[in-house]
Design a protein around this ligand. Structure first.
Ligand code: ATP
Length: 285
C-alpha cells in the first residue's frame, strides 16, 4: 500500500502554490469500492493502537484539522478520527475567541486543550486560525500575526519535547466542489442549520485564504510537525488518506501495553481459589 505520509506531506521546496496540488487525486485506489474496505481495516487497527497508547500512558498525539467550509472536517471526525475510544480521545472545536480568550495571548486557549500523556486531542480548527482568518479579515495588524508563525513553531516544539506527536491535516477541495456541497445543503432541510452567509463571503476571499494557508504550511511544516494536504473532493479518498496517515503515525509511535504490575501466576491462584469458593453448582448460561 502507498506511503500516505510521503505522498501528501507538504514540502515548501516542491509546492509553490496550493493550486498545483490536486483536489481530486484518488491515491492508490481505483474507486470507492477499493478505498472503503481499506478505511475500515485502517480504523480497526487505529482503534487497537490507540488503546495501547492510552494504556501505555507515555506518549500523546495532537491532530489538527483545517479546511475551507464544507471540505469535510465533520465527515473526517465522524468516519475516521471519532472512531477512537472517547476515554482516550477528545475533540476540541475552536470558534471565534470569547472575551476572556481574546484577553489572553492566542495560544492560551489552545495550550489548555493539548493532550496529556496517553491521550489524543483532535483540533477542529486550531491556533492556525490566528494566521488564517485573522490575517485575511485583518483582525489584528500585520506585525502581530507575522510574529505568530515563530510562536507556533516554538509552541509545537515545546509539545514535542514533552512527548506529543503532532500531525496536521488540510482538507483540500476545489471551489467548484465547495459550491456543489453548498447546493446540496440547500436541498436537505436536515442540513439547513449549517447554512451561513459567512460561507459565501469567505468564498469571495478564496485566493487570499489559499495564500494564507500556503504561508502557514511553508513556515510551519517540518518532519517533526508535518502538514498533510489531503485531496478532498472525493470523500472516500479523503477518509482513506487521513486514516492511512494516522495509522502510519501510530504504527511508528509503536505504543506498548504496560507490563503487568502483579505476578499473573499469583493472580491465577487467587482466581482458582475464588472459583473453588464459589462452587455453587450454577452455570453461566
Ligand atoms: P464547521 O467548520 O464545522 O462547519 P464552523 O467551524 O464554521 O463549523 P462556526 O460556529 O462558524 O463553526 O465557528 C467557526 C468560526 O470561528 C470560523 O469562521 C472561524 O474562522 C472562526 N474562528 C476560529 N478561530 C478564530 C480566531 N482565533 N479568531 C477569529 N475567528 C476565529
Amino acid at each position: 500500500m502507498t506511503d500516505f505520509r510521503a505522498r501528501y506531506q507538504f514540502r515548501k521546496e516542491l509546492h509553490k502554490g496550493l493550486d498545483q496540488l490536486s483536489t481530486r487525486d484518488k491515491g492508490p485506489f481505483a474507486n470507492r469500492g477499493e478505498a472503503e474496505p481499506f478505511t475500515r481495516a485502517a480504523v480497526e487497527e487505529i482503534q487497537h493502537l490507540q488503546y495501547k497508547l492510552f494504556t501505555e500512558g507515555k506518549q500523546s498525539l495532537l491532530i489538527v484539522l483545517q479546511a475551507p467550509d464544507a471540505a469535510g472536517k465533520d465527515g473526517v471526525i465522524r468516519h475516521v478520527l471519532g472512531r477512537m475510544n472517547p476515554q482516550g480521545c477528545r475533540t476540541y472545536p475552536f470558534k471565534v475567541p470569547s472575551t476572556i480568550e481574546a484577553a489572553h495571548d492566542f495560544l492560551w486557549r489552545i495550550h489548555a486543550c493539548t493532550p496529556a500523556a496517553g491521550m489524543v486531542s483532535i483540533f477542529n480548527r486550531s491556533h492556525y486560525e490566528d494566521v488564517l482568518v485573522v490575517r485575511v479579515e485583518g483582525l489584528v495588524p500585520e506585525p502581530v500575526w507575522q510574529k505568530r508563525y515563530e510562536h507556533i513553531n516554538a509552541f509545537e516544539s515545546l509539545l514535542r519535547d514533552r512527548g506529543t506527536r503532532i500531525i496536521k491535516f488540510y482538507l483540500h477541495i476545489s471551489p467548484r466542489e465547495q459550491l456543489k456541497r453548498f447546493g446540496e445543503r440547500l436541498k436537505e432541510p436536515e442540513k439547513h442549520w449549517k447554512l451561513a452567509k459567512s460561507d459565501y463571503s469567505a468564498r469571495k476571499q478564496w485566493g487570499a485564504y489559499q495564500e494564507a494557508y500556503l504561508e502557514a504550511f511553508s513556515r510551519c511544516s517540518s518532519d517533526e510537525a508535518p502538514w498533510y494536504v489531503i485531496p478532498a473532493d472525493r470523500k472516500w479518498h479523503r477518509n482513506a488518506a487521513v486514516a492511512g496517515i494516522l495509522l502510519e503515525t501510530l504504527r511508528e509511535m509503536d505504543p506498548q501495553l504496560p507490563d503487568p504490575s502483579e505476578d499473573p501466576e499469583l493472580i491465577r491462584q487467587l482466581y482458582a481459589e475464588a472459583k473453588a469458593e464459589q462452587n455453587d453448582g450454577a452455570t453461566d448460561e
